[in-house]
Design a protein around this ligand. Structure first.
Ligand SMILES: [Zn+2]
Length: 82
């Protein structure tokens, strides 16, 4: 049987990927922003794929700030690199 993999869009390159190839960043209801490693945190989420180019572009253009309409701490961008 074929298993359907839910696809999500990278906010940088706008390609669709399975969740294992993406990092999810969530703005929680209290306004704090975290790197969601479980994929289960409630809140407004954005996905960035693990391609080095996308991570660099995301950091340079502060794309997460735009996507989540909030200030993203620098450490979130730093963590994307890992
Ligand atoms: Zn991407």
């Amino acid at each position: 049987m074929e298993k359907k993999i839910p696809l999500r869009m990278c906010i940088v390159c706008r390609n669709m990927y399975g969740k294992n190839l993406l990092t999810r960043i969530v703005k929680k209801s209290d306004g704090s922003v975290i790197l969601d490693l479980t994929g289960k945190t409630e809140g407004r989420g954005a996905y960035v794929c693990k391609g080095n180019e996308c991570i660099a572009k995301c950091r340079k253009g502060k794309l997460l700030n735009k996507q989540l309409h909030t200030d993203i701490p620098q450490e979130i961008y730093d963590k994307l690199d890992k």
